[in-house]
Design a protein around this ligand. Structure first.
Ligand SMILES: *Cc1c(COP(=O)(O)O)cnc(C)c1O
Length: 231
């Protein structure tokens, strides 16, 4: 099942790239393995998957220990400041930085460990009250502040779009985030390190790629539905 799912996702990514006139290598697939057992991650690993997304600190810690060391871990979920210290040296990228307090904690813990962390700023483009993330209008000033932190390296923006039946309904959200991404890139504060736009999930990643996503985060489409009841 995993093999077929990965092939289907890969084909859809390729086709979306073609439609958008983009190269396939401009888009990184993050396989979102949250709630799934290590055995299933290993099955994906054996099929060539090396980039995994998780949304819980404890799960990253456990899976980090259990999986081969050439895996790239992406923290895509809400991160509490008191847990930063557990994952800073384990993750390639934190997608979910949404407050000054969190950015400052990453700075402080990074300084202790002599470690510069790559992060994305999470934007709540749709302004859903249920979701984390900055308001669009707060992103530029926040970006400028975070750029002043020597152990925090802003690589781009991330959003979680609303769940919609028709992915076309999220197109304008992706286009808006892309616009903001281009604005920030132009500012060029951190010497051109902004190059990541993380948007698109199982339900809407093709539209996200058409609108400029450089990372798509796909869980269900690869690993199947999640059963939170068994947690
Ligand atoms: C769970 C999750 C995903 C993947 O969702 P699917 O709809 O299963 O593809 C992507 N991004 C974030 C932040 C998530 O929490």
């Amino acid at each position: 099942m995993l093999k077929e799912n990965l092939a289907t996702v890969e084909e859809k990514i390729q086709n979306a790239c073609i439609r958008a006139g983009r190269n396939r290598d401009e888009v990184t697939l993050i396989s979102v393995s949250k709630t799934k057992p290590v055995s299933m991650l290993m099955e994906a690993y054996d099929l060539g998957v090396r980039v995994f997304g998780e949304n819980k600190v404890q799960e990253i810690r456990d899976k980090y220990e259990a999986m081969p060391k050439d895996v790239e871990w992406h923290m895509i979920g809400h991160l509490q400041t008191n847990k930063v210290k557990y994952i800073l040296d384990k993750v390639k990228l934190i997608h979910s930085v949404d407050s000054e307090k969190l950015a400052e904690t990453i700075e402080k813990e990074g300084e202790k460990r002599n470690l510069i962390s790559d992060i994305l700023i999470e934007v709540n483009v749709a302004q859903e009250t249920s979701k984390f993330g900055l308001k669009t209008e707060d992103v530029l000033p926040f970006y400028e502040k975070v750029c002043a932190l020597p152990h925090v390296n802003v690589r781009g923006l991330m959003t979680i779009a609303p769940f919609v039946e028709n992915p076309e309904n999220n197109r304008s959200i992706f286009a808006d985030l892309h616009k903001l991404y281009v604005d920030i890139k132009r500012k060029n504060i951190d010497n051109g390190t902004v190059s990541i736009l993380s948007m698109g999930m199982t339900n809407d990643y093709e539209v996200a790629i058409e609108e400029g996503a450089t990372m798509v985060r796909i869980g269900t489409g690869i690993f199947g539905a999640r059963d939170y009841g068994l947690q």
